[in-house]
Design a protein around this ligand. Sequence first.
Ligand SMILES: [Zn+2]
Length: 490
Amino acid sequence: MEHQLTIYNTLTRKKEKFVPLHAPHVGMYVCGPTVYGDAHLGHARPAITFDILFRYLTHLGYKVRYVRNITDVGHLEDDADEGEDKIAKKARLEKLEPMEVVQFYMTRYRRTMDELNVLPPSIEPLASGHIIEQIQLVQEILDKGYAYESNGSVYFDVTKYNKDYHYGKLSGRNLEDVLNTSRELDGQDEKRNPVDFALWKRAEPEHIMRWPSPWSDGFPGWHCECTAMGRKYLGEYFDIHGGGMDLIFPHHECEIAQAVASQGDDMVRYWMHNNMITVNGTKMGKSLGNFIMLDEFFEGSHELLAKAYSPMTIRFFILQAHYRSPVDFSNEALMASEKGLDRLLEAINSMDKIIPSEVSDVDIKGLKEKCYEAMNDDLNTPILISHLFEGAKIINQIISGKQKIDPTDLELLQEIFQVFFFEIMGMKQEVAQDESREEAFSKAVDMLLDQRMKAKANKDWDTSDYIRDQLTALGFEINDTKDGYDWRLK
Ligand SMILES: [Zn+2]
């Protein structure tokens, strides 16, 4: 596979050439959603970022195994191993089985991702389906001496681990920083040190999501699932692990510690993280009222939204920023994106009208190379989009007769849009959502039938029969009434 793809590795803090461990195979793991509510804007960004990577690696010819998990157990409300399980809490409030909550929101999550044209991953494992693997991981860490049992729960011994390895190498934090920011919470007396994190938690009697283990009836700590499932489906060493920047600490730092403690080595070669999304300049938060669900964008039903924005507008807007830069959502910015997307689509659709010339005075080969350069530079989609706009400009110049293109270049130009815009960026044509199209069609039928009425009044039976027969053949049912006519599409 000849390519120059470089990706930014959070671990080494630099862009590195992408060389997979076992070409042509690539193993890629991305932390998926905790399914206790509808997908919001914050879910769209990692899904789209790693969808682009999945699509591009596939385009380069790799056979990618993309694992994106569903967290359905063990994600507590508080990062310090306290608080209620998010799924169990929702189940309690709604008087549902936890698995009903999971099934409901998982189905809705997949539907929303489908609307955003995010491809499904190769494997989408559930944490609750991998309790045995997680128990095994905890046992391995205990056997290696980097964990301890306390009152039926098992905790990772961060201090001991940090003597032999480096806790904080991904996030750049040192143990002292972590200690200073760790809060003393109720129940933390089970831990030897507040920086330790739970590998297994003993369930309180009222806790419904529980499984038997050598230590207690309980449930796994949140960080275990990704280490256990990554290893199960991608092996002890795999290429890429991705997620949002907010997961670097503690989640991914803990994943590294678990892998190193159990197998003596980190599993992952490239750690990739997408930046976060703000709304009108502020961080999204449930209490701030700017927590906008994706469905609310599609329907325009949130009070902060001036109108509805289609899934492709959201996707295009997200891709207009580099995945490592922050993105700020505002009505102005979204409307600008929508306009830009319309201009691009208009140009793409008008390519069919181009009549090629004998010669070209446009550089299409150069344009294609620049598109690859942008993607190879750590998936630089904003630069790629600027090149596609350049392509749109060329199309418009040719149509207005200011430039010429020969058949070979025209084919290449069509290929550029097919490959980069549709296949790699994952954009698709959207049918107009509004009813204006339908209305226009109805008016055209009315116009024809008005003509038929006039023909009848003039005793021009040929014309009146012709219009009726043609419309009938197209599937319209036409009835003469005393005031004129009536029609419907059968
Ligand atoms: Zn994870």
